[in-house]
Write a protein that binds this ligand. Sequence first.
Ligand code: AMP
Length: 249
Amino acid sequence: MKILVPVKRAIDYNVKVRVKADNSAVDLTNAKMSINPFCEIAVEEAVRLKEKGVATEVVVVSIGDKSCQEQIRTALALGADRGLQIDTTESLDSLQVAKLLAKVVEEESPELVILGKQAIDSDNNQTGQMLAALCGMPQGTFASEVSIADGKVSVTREVDGGLQTVQLSLPAVVTTDLRLNEPRYATLPNIMKAKRKPMAVKAAADYGVELASNVEIIKVEPPAQRSGGVKVADVAELVEKLKTEAKVI
Ligand code: AMP
């Protein structure tokens, strides 16, 4: 079974995000970039399925400029077998990404596509669902457990009321939630080995997908500064302030 894992290069989750002075975007100058954490969980799950003998090949794909090859190499060091960079300098939204991934699905015919549930830069949470719709494949989103048997994949999903388990026929799309697994660290020998693993580069323009975005970002603003706290003398004063100032009770 071949598993395709789309990974996105995103600002590292430990970085304190700065907004550009003109409020047009997040300032990425000198910011540490990493694999989007949910994509790292997707890579880990695919590699575990390979280690269990369920999968035979794990292919990682990233759409972006040359710099996303760094994230593909990291995924290769974590155990993926081969990489594909779809080269573009356009800033794409989820639909364009899903359309490009649908073309890769057509070319590669994976039996399972595992994506992150969302990219932590744009927080869209759309690509997996759009990809499933474009490819006519069943989807199991927000997976906290995945198991495969008899040509079917069971996905336990984290939903508001608790856990829901769905069974999908293959090929299928799964998106990962935080509790699916804890990704391993890449060891130095595996980082060295990853340098020799194959990575193809293809131009996004060659896929015949309209790359112009339909989404315009109007403004990006940092969250409002928190005002300082106050000390209250007793519970009565606290309740009074919650009623009259915070107006939450
Ligand atoms: P989003 O819908 O943008 O929140 O992203 C959800 C998931 O789609 C990510 O976790 C990735 O698995 C995949 N994805 C989004 N953008 C890209 C990209 N540029 N390259 C590869 N995969 C992507």
